[in-house]
Design a protein around this ligand. Structure first.
Ligand SMILES: [Zn+2]
Length: 123
């Protein structure tokens, strides 16, 4: 995923935004300034957690992926869970759930449960 960043400068004394060349704050005369990076454009993941659980024959019974990110369209903070349950011999269960933080409240924006016919299983 693409990551773009922009360096910004701020006066440490009065908090006003400064330009790159403002070594002395034009508002208060302070020489102290804060430099920080702001990510712009497409953001990467904040966090990602993967997990798998295998049985004694090394077969993957459970697989999950948990992400916290910025939703591409709404720009809200989003939590995503992808969970595969392969404990049944005939089908694999897939749970996909996305929640977005909207005005301080977590809202489910996507919640699906799919079943796929298992292929080549010899548990
Ligand atoms: Zn200042």
């Amino acid at each position: 995923m693409k990551k773009k960043s922009k360096i910004q400068y701020e006066c440490l004394n009065c908090g006003k935004k400064l330009s790159k060349n403002n070594n002395i704050c034009p508002f208060c005369g302070s020489k102290k300034r804060k430099t920080y990076k702001t990510l712009i454009g497409n953001l990467g993941f904040f966090s990602r957690l993967n997990g798998i659980a295998r049985n004694s024959k090394n077969f993957i019974l459970y697989k999950f992926k948990k992400l916290t990110k910025i939703a591409a369209e709404s720009k809200n903070i989003a939590k995503e869970l992808l969970f595969f349950d392969r404990t049944n011999k005939n089908y694999t269960k897939k749970i996909h759930r996305v929640e977005e933080l909207t005005k301080g409240v977590w809202k489910v924006v996507h919640d699906t449960l799919d079943k796929y016919i298992s292929k080549r299983r010899n548990l």
